[in-house]
Design a protein around this ligand. Structure first.
Ligand SMILES: Nc1ncnc2c1ncn2[C@@H]1O[C@H](COP(=O)(O)OP(=O)(O)OP(=O)(O)O)[C@@H](O)[C@H]1O
Length: 502
């Protein structure tokens, strides 16, 4: 079949720094091409070139055999290239139908907006891709998975020939990924050529027909997916085998010392009478489907939206945490899941972003302190393997995964006693995941109490010493992390049973 798009010898430089070298790529109709590689390998840059956001420094793009130069994303979209970015672009206060047709609203005879027609057409689009949802719902009421699917429905309404999905599953729990995969398969059957970027290897192997691996801006492999397995793919991306993803648990003997205890805490309408305990040196997992109150619980612990009732005990003392500042004073640090929106300050450099949370301490000190600060930043860049040329580069010039690592390291500079993390490895490549897991275990071994919210079942079971599960704002039970199974977690995640320990 004739390719829709061919990239010939694409190279891209940013101020003399070559981030893509001589890339050749072929995208065929009705086929899914998975694009993978470590954080900073060049995946987004390549997609931005294909979708007209960036121009290549050299090389050519051919669209249906014709040599093309896109001046902007609209230009590429006119041809049929549509990109769905990692960050969702929907307007939360508008309905699904309004979002799908934003900027393309069907007009009536006199040129007025035709709301009924918008609703009808939106319904047709959802039906066409077998997605059953009331198109008059407001987007803010949807789950992240549903919002992601509306992004794809919006793309589908523009009749794309080439659809680029940049980490579409990274914020979705496994249970909802299935829905998305079904949708991708439907689009493939309709003859759409799809480029699928993901760090989730199982999905890559599941969905794609061919796999392309980028490493440091070079295309190192292109193979039919059936010739690959998980280990092989890791080898290609990382350059070595990763035999052990999760570091070994350490068995703590003697009396358990509690770092954080929640007794019947509530957040109105979100968390109902939840109780849990995080012992010293433990990693306690908090699982469940997305949106069951985990975020509200974490934010309340950190004083963003305080608990309305119940008791919070930190290292044996009852505390009332009403602000993040108070939480930090109690030794509690919270690293949220939407790190890129909440965590970075775009106009600042990597160094400035890293020292931000401890800035008042640093600002009052002199040259020596500045030197120390630079040393600490250098150390953080090394220990997190952050891909950056200079610490003075703007944070926005880093790849998504590397921005996440900067934020991670920034919060850890506060020397937490209790660390609350939400989806610690979302959007992070396999190698860095392993590094983050090792770091968390090291912190636990040093006596930090860790509460890790994760919808990644492998991670939850592989890392936690104890697992609590939430459903509809309640903790439905807890499990021993070492013996827990996926089925047990799922069963607690979908039932209102109480007080189960297995
Ligand atoms: N506007 C820019 N200016 C300077 N450097 C940039 C710019 N955009 C990207 N880069 C650099 O290009 C390299 C590739 O980044 P890119 O975002 O394409 O990686 P990626 O493979 O998509 O990573 P991730 O998985 O983390 O999203 C990185 O080293 C990044 O710092």
């Amino acid at each position: 079949m004739k390719p829709v798009l061919e990239a010939h010898h694409i190279t891209k430089e940013f101020s003399g720094n070559v981030v893509l070298k001589d890339i050749n790529l072929v995208c065929k109709p009705g086929s899914v091409l998975a694009l993978c590689g470590e954080n900073g390998a060049g995946k987004s840059t390549l997609m931005n070139i294909i979708s007209g956001v960036l121009s290549p420094s050299s090389g050519d793009l051919f669209w249906l055999g014709e040599n093309v130069k896109f001046r902007n994303p609209d230009d590429a979209m006119q041809r049929g290239i549509y990109i769905v970015h990692q960050e969702l672009s929907l307007l939360p206060h508008l309905t699904i139908a309004e979002n799908i047709f934003l900027g393309y609203e069907p007009k009536g005879k006199l040129g007025f907006l035709n709301n009924r027609r918008t609703v009808e057409l939106a319904k047709e689009i959802l039906t066409d891709i077998s997605f059953d949802l009331d198109v008059q719902l407001v987007v803010s009421s949807l789950s992240p998975a549903q919002q992601q699917m509306i992004e794809i429905a919006k793309a589908w309404s523009r009749k794309p020939k080439l659809l680029i999905l940049d980490e579409p599953t990274s914020s979705l729990p496994k249970s909802e990924v299935t829905l998305l995969i079904k949708m991708i398969n439907t689009l493939r059957e309709r003859g759409v050529s799809i480029i699928f970027i993901s760090h989730r290897l199982d999905e890559i192997l599941d969905i794609s027909d061919r796999v392309v691996v980028l490493k440091d801006g070079v295309l190192v492999t292109e193979k039919p997916t059936i010739e690959l397995n998980r280990d092989h793919l890791v080898q290609l991306m990382v350059g070595r085998d990763i035999t052990q993803t999760f570091p070994p648990r350490v068995h703590i003997t003697g009396q358990e010392e509690s770092m954080l205890e929640l007794k019947n805490v509530s957040v109105p309408g979100k968390v109902h009478s939840a109780s849990l305990s995080v012992p010293k040196g433990h990693i306690v997992g908090l699982g469940g489907l997305e949106g069951q109150g985990q975020r509200d619980l974490a934010r309340a612990i950190f004083g963003v939206n305080p608990f309305s009732n119940g008791t919070m005990v930190v290292e044996g003392k009852v505390v009332r945490v009403k602000s993040p500042r108070q939480a930090l004073r109690c030794g509690v640090v919270y690293i949220p899941d939407n790190r890129r929106q909440e965590g970075i300050v775009p106009p600042l450099s990597v160094r400035e972003n890293m020292v931000l949370s401890t800035l008042p301490q640093i600002a009052s000190r002199g040259v020596l302190q500045k030197r120390r600060e630079r040393q600490q930043v250098t150390q953080a860049i090394e220990s997190f393997s952050i891909k950056v040329h200079s610490m003075e580069n703007l944070i926005t010039s880093l790849s998504g995964g590397n921005q996440q690592k900067v934020i991670f390291s920034k919060w850890l500079r506060n020397n937490p006693r209790i660390l609350v993390l939400h989806e610690p490895t979302r959007g992070v490549d396999i190698q860095s995941k392993v590094e983050i897991y090792q770091l968390l275990r090291k912190l636990a071994n040093e006596g930090v109490g860790i509460l890790m919210i994760s919808s990644d079942m492998m991670e939850l079971i592989g890392m936690s010493d104890r697992i609590y599960v939430m459903y509809e704002g309640r903790i439905t039970g807890h499990l021993n992390g070492e013996t827990a199974t996926e089925e047990q977690v799922m069963s607690l995640a979908t039932t209102a049973a109480k007080g189960v320990e297995m």
